[in-house]
Design a protein around this ligand. Structure first.
Ligand code: ARG
Length: 471
């Protein structure tokens, strides 16, 4: 047991208590953040004359060495230490002596953990953004290649009107684009530095908070020291954004699972992204899509968990807040791997264009267009709706589609119908005539694709300022 706070105690900590209280098992992933934060803090202490310049530089060298040693496998982060902060300080002091003991001047683990967590989350916001950008590029590729791949658009999972695959995927482009906007927004709001807030009430040392904030890539220091150590809003916002990303992935996976069935056969998932059955030799299962859909639950869980943890906490720091990590880390890992796997699955999936188009031609997806044809011939829309309704009834009875009706039968329903009716209700015409902005018609779709391209060209991926700090 290596603790930072033994002085006030006369008896040892119970072993079970120690293990229950410790967070090293999961906060060790914040090593880089902890080292960078401590280097910035000690440099500031040196600059302000709070510790000597010599101490500041031996602290910096010592911390860099610790980082390198852990990465090289020469130094192990063991549960002998309570948390990552204790580990770094204890090893530093072991190695450089008294200077190491001066590192924590004007700092508390409360602002230290607030800083580390914020920097860790900032890095993950950037990682998620980069993965989403790759995914958007993949979606755009599918869109560009499938402007004329006709398929049924559904409402209530019933065939509704014909669209194109480009149009369908364009909907997902918008969802994931909004996800990126959300991340950029969270980044902007969270990029304030809590270091220098102390335990809760600031410190009596002349700290330069602007200096450390700038060194660590923050826009400014946080405004209120009590808020700084007790705020996890940014993490809740991130978990919310991650939950929405999962909801989007899950909806698409649900469609892919359906489209991959024998009944639909709209798509075939590549062997590399499918699995087999231990008993049924014929099976090729969409396990990856199902897992992405399934993992959505644990990400929502992380959001609910943190909201619940935070709801009853009085100001300022409470140990409950250590519970912000495990489920959140799990959510971040989960979402990143889900975006990555989904991108791979989409990129290698085959679309059965003919099956999709054939499906679009059935199920009366052109009924609205038949009504619009009548409107074009002067019939009021409500009457046209009724006429086409009867047309559909007749087709159902004869087991044919609207396109297969004879002109004679059509004329019996409405005398305004002429030969040009057949062109008007062809699937390609139905799509072509959808000219409103945002519709699947070729002109509108080309505009939409151009906007997607413009967006991707201009929306730079968020970058983690800590990557610039060479250790
Ligand atoms: N491991 C702790 C956490 O993650 C660090 C902060 C400890 N602060 C304290 N006052 N006990 O929250």
């Amino acid at each position: 047991m290596a603790q930072l706070w033994g002085g006030r105690f006369t008896g040892p900590t119970d072993e079970k208590v120690y293990a229950f209280n410790a967070s090293i098992g999961f906060d060790k992933r914040m090593l880089r953040q902890d080292i960078c934060g401590s280097i910035a803090h000690s440099a500031m202490l040196g600059k302000q004359g709070i510790i000597s310049k010599e101490d500041a530089s031996s602290i910096e060298a010592g911390l860099r060495q610790i980082y390198r040693d852990v990465l090289a496998g020469n130094l192990e982060i063991t549960d002998k230490y309570e948390d990552i902060h204790s580990f770094c300080e204890a090893v530093l002091t072991e190695r450089i002596g008294d200077a190491g003991k001066r590192l924590h001047t004007g700092r508390s683990r409360n602002d230290q953990v607030a800083l580390d967590m914020r920097m860790y989350v900032r890095g993950e916001v950037c990682a998620a953004d980069a993965l989403l950008e790759t995914l958007l590029k993949e979606i755009l590729k599918v869109m560009k290649e499938n402007r004329e791949t006709f398929m049924p658009g559904f409402t209530h999972l019933q065939k509704a009107q014909p669209v194109t695959l480009a149009h369908h995927m364009g909907a997902y482009f918008e969802m994931f684009r909004r996800d990126r906007l959300r991340l950029a927004d969270i980044y902007k709001r969270m990029n304030e530095c809590p270091l220098g807030s102390g335990a809760l009430a600031g410190t009596t040392y002349p700290l330069d908070r602007e200096y450390t904030a700038e060194k660590l890539g923050f826009d400014r220091p946080t405004a209120n020291s009590m808020d700084s150590v007790s705020d996890r809003d940014y993490l809740i916002e991130f978990l919310d954004a991650l939950s929405i990303i999962m909801m989007h992935l899950s909806r698409s996976c649900e469609e892919i699972i359906t489209w991959n069935t024998d009944e639909y056969r709209f798509v075939e998932i590549d062997d590399a992204f499918s699995t087999g059955s231990s008993i049924m030799p014929q099976k090729k299962n969409p396990d990856i899509a199902e897992l992405v859909r399934g993992k959505t639950g644990r990400v929502y869980g992380a959001l609910m968990s943190l909201l619940t943890t935070m709801k009853g906490l009085p100001l300022a720091y409470n140990k409950d807040m250590q519970e912000d990590k495990e489920t959140a880390f799990d959510a971040m890992d989960t979402v990143c791997s889900c975006i990555d796997l989904y991108t791979g699955m989409l990129g290698s999936m085959r679309f059965n264009l003919e099956t999709m188009e054939k499906s679009a031609s059935g199920g009366f997806t052109n009924a609205t267009d038949a009504a619009d044809y009548l409107v074009g011939k002067g019939v009021p829309f409500r009457d046209a709706h009724g006429i086409v309704g009867r047309m559909v009834l007749e087709c159902i009875a004869k087991k044919i589609s609207i396109d297969d009706m004879s002109l004679e039968d059509l004329k019996a329903l409405s005398p305004v119908i002429e030969e040009d009716f057949y062109t008007a209700v062809k699937i390609s015409t139905c799509v072509e005539k959808r000219i409103t902005k945002g519709a699947p018609g070729p002109a509108a779709m080309n505009d939409e694709i151009a906007l997607c391209e413009e967006y991707l060209a201009n929306a730079a991926v968020l970058t983690d300022p800590l990557n610039e700090i060479l250790l």
